[in-house]
Design a protein around this ligand. Structure first.
Ligand code: C5P
Length: 222
């Protein structure tokens, strides 16, 4: 048909950090800016796809009014939002930096300081991508991210298999300008057949368009 392929597709993206409450005023967080996930949302939306963005707290505004934005705080909230949306989407891109652990108990009142040491009991958060990967249908494409500091390629391939991703996007912390908080990123994309493609350092907008093009090429095959 004449309708561009992306116009018929629904894309779900997780982005940003999650914040895990300790008490009413404190949390455990991470340095994810959300820029990569928001750039991916914009790229797909500009191509005509219908985009849902589930975002942890960021300072970003979604540039595009047509992107459906769900704001969440914790890993559990992100998991619930993503689970509710999952079935209705053709592509799911897990760009969020989800906390691995969350405080076991959230104090109802601000915790007072006492003594020279304190410890927090933590418990695992749900693995959003891993759980949804098990529910993946044949017509769905799942894309995850990996940020590794050693054995990058092997860890990324392990993660791709464990989480049932179709593609995993590896960003290396060893590359200057790549990853958290930067406006640029340098990625390596690995597919299910372990084909490895290296990309140059570029703006997160250009990286997002590379990811869009990978998905468009896959859709054209089908
Ligand atoms: O296992 P790891 O956190 O390194 O895997 C990273 C990939 O899994 C990313 O795509 C991230 O968004 C996703 N993830 C998730 N839920 C978690 C942890 C990671 O969706 N609890």
């Amino acid at each position: 048909s004449r309708v561009p392929v992306a116009a018929r597709k629904k894309v779900l993206i997780t982005a940003g950090p999650t914040l895990e409450a300790i008490d009413p005023v404190r949390y455990i967080g991470n340095r994810s800016s959300g820029k990569m996930g928001y750039a991916i949302a914009s790229a797909f939306s500009a191509a005509g796809a219908s985009v849902t963005l589930i975002s942890g707290p960021t300072s970003l505004k979604s540039a595009d009014q047509s992107i459906k934005l769900h704001s969440v705080q914790s890993a559990k909230e992100m998991f619930e939002a993503a689970s509710a949306e999952f079935d209705q989407h053709d592509v799911v891109i897990f760009a969020a930096a989800v906390a691995d652990y969350t405080p076991k108990y959230v104090a109802g009142q601000k915790i007072k300081k006492q003594g020279s040491e304190m410890s927090l009991e933590l418990t695992r958060t749900p693995d959003i991508a891993g759980t949804l990967g098990k529910l993946k249908k044949e017509n769905q494409l799942l894309i995850g991210f990996a940020l590794e500091t050693e054995n990058e390629l092997q860890y990324a391939i392990d993660k791709l298999e464990r989480k049932n991703f179709d593609y995993i996007i590896l960003n290396s912390l060893n590359d200057p300008g790549a990853g958290f908080a930067h406006d640029t990123n340098k990625i390596t994309v690995i597919d299910k057949d372990k084909n490895v493609s290296h990309f140059n350092l570029k703006s997160k907008e250009d990286v997002a368009r590379d990811i869009l093009n990978i998905v468009l090429a896959k859709w054209m095959e089908a």
